[in-house]
Design a protein around this ligand. Structure first.
Ligand SMILES: [Ca+2]
Ligand SMILES: [Ca+2]
Length: 488
């Protein structure tokens, strides 16, 4: 009897240990920097077959060797994770007048396209990133093969058929996306193939996977794959490219199924409209108020732009150059005050311009060609990131929205971020002028009145102030700015 109890105790402690080991990794406090290797830096002209830098739909020559050379740049900016768009072998000829420079048309899933370099160069890149204290997140395609992939004819059973796919159920999942050969994850061979690919890249030492187009893949399959990644201590981040305010439930379903993080597209869209457009903060507020739909809103990846949307700085083409640069800085600061994991697309730190795909994928511009304005935006971004990294509240604090009188909701956003060590009051002003907002203390939560904010300065160094007087809380903010005040 006694022996049995000992065995039971041993079992339960083993269980406790294994569940502790298999808890998903948290990336709160990390800063992700997204690169498209072909459009980042050319470190080896010997692999530039077919390169045409003047063609927006052609290979530009960037590669893993070049990315490795620029890791210090990424570290110096203040990012902590490098996300690479896919590096798989791509179609050998153009499709729809477009080369596979972007990496999303895989022909072979365990080989590096020669334009990017070699597997050995990928290993060198990962090693150097780790030596510099940077994590690596690799893009994974699990929905499709690239156009014209030889596998489509050699293994026809692996793919959903154009004519009959809608009989399987949800067209979004079972029918080809833009005509791309659509993998049948429900086929055990396909499933094994995708798990093997995943294990292959896990073995190369990557720290995280970014999963492409997951809304086109069965939820159950994504859940199983994510569970394997959790076991392997690899972070998972999924893409459901939907920006409407009503898409949060769908995005949230993948986090519930086991992906640790998802991109917050509705927030991205709302931020673009409010900060670069002339819209109010209403949509931003609505998105944030839906946080309870997510299993873990603090792990969502938040961003201003990426390779699939127009660049943040080109969102409102009628704005003047100076105004765009000022708002680009405002946008970065606003992003860094929000819950979630900030994610910057290459060039966003210099307010790089670019409209819809492929214009949003212009090659990266580095220090040697920067204009004074690009240097200014870079330095402001770098400083904002150092403020972020020094603040436990901004990196991982609980976010609590504060009520704002109805006549001020268009232009004033107010919330707190609270960690075990620090509370920060965040205030954004979307008005075109400097403004003082006064709020009745009696209308704010009781805890707010206990915060010592008198005389606090903006962590980002802007000319802003807060005071408490005669039962009112006053906050004075520069035109179109995001500020953060640390409570004493
Ligand atoms: Ca090259
Ligand atoms: Ca599919």
């Amino acid at each position: 009897m006694k022996k049995n109890i000992t065995v039971l105790l041993l079992c339960s402690s083993t269980l406790a240990l294994s569940s502790a080991l298999s808890a998903p990794l948290s990336w709160q406090g990390e800063v992700i920097y997204q690169v498209m290797p072909d459009r980042f830096f050319d470190g080896n002209s010997a692999n530039n077959a077919g390169v045409n830098k003047a063609g927006a739909r052609d290979w530009h020559g960037g590669d893993l060797k070049g990315l490795t050379q620029k890791l210090e740049y990424i570290k110096n900016l203040g990012a902590t994770v490098v996300w690479l768009t896919p590096i798989y072998v791509q179609p050998t000829s153009k499709q729809f007048n477009t080369a596979g420079y972007h990496g999303y048309w895989p022909w072979k899933f365990q080989n590096v396209d020669p334009h990017y370099g070699t597997l050995e160069e990928f290993n060198t890149f990962v090693d150097k990133a780790h030596t510099l204290g940077l994590k690596v997140m690799l893009d994974q395609v699990v929905n499709h093969f690239g156009y014209g992939a030889p596998t489509v004819s050699s293994k026809p059973d692996w793919f959903h058929k154009d004519g009959s796919c809608s009989r399987l159920g949800n067209n979004e999942i079972f029918c080809p996306l833009s005509g791309l050969p659509d993998l049948a994850q429900e086929n055990p061979q396909v499933k094994a193939f995708l798990f093997e690919n995943n294990a292959f890249w896990t073995a190369q030492g990557v720290d995280g996977f970014r999963y492409d187009a997951v809304k086109h893949v069965p939820l159950e399959f994504m859940g199983e794959l994510a569970a394997q990644n959790v076991k392997d201590e690899v972070f998972t981040l999924g893409e459901v490219f939907e920006t409407s305010l009503s898409s949060t439930a769908k995005i949230a379903s993948f986090q519930k199924a086991g992906l640790t993080s998802m991109f917050d597209f509705p927030l991205q869209s709302a931020l673009n409209n409010a900060i670069m457009g002339e819209r109010s903060f209403d949509a931003v507020r609505i998105v944030l108020e839906k946080d309870e739909e997510y299993a873990n809103p603090a792990e969502l990846a938040i961003f201003l732009d990426n390779h699939d949307v127009p660049r943040f700085a080109s969102r409102s083409p009628l704005l003047g150059e100076e105004e765009v640069n000022a708002r680009a800085i405002y946008g970065v600061r606003a992003l860094l005050t929000l819950r979630g994991i900030p994610t910057l697309w290459q060039g966003t730190e210099i307010a790089q311009r670019g409209g819809v795909d492929p214009d949003n994928r212009r090659s990266m511009r580095f220090e040697d060609v920067w204009t004074p304005a690009e240097k200014t935006v870079f330095e402001a971004t770098q400083k904002a990131l150092s403020v972020y990294k020094a603040s436990s509240a901004l990196k991982g604090g609980v976010q609590q929205m504060l009520p704002v009188p109805e006549f001020q909701t268009d232009d004033l956003m107010l919330f707190t971020r609270t960690s075990s060590e620090q509370t920060v009051l965040v205030a954004w002003n979307n008005a075109a002028t400097r403004k003082t907002y006064s709020l009745k203390l009696s209308k704010l939560p009781k805890e707010f009145a206990t915060l010592k904010l008198e005389g606090a300065k903006d962590l980002f160094g802007q000319d802003a102030k807060v005071s408490v007087q005669g039962g009112y809380f006053h906050v004075t903010l520069p035109a179109r700015a995001a500020t953060a005040f640390e409570a004493q």
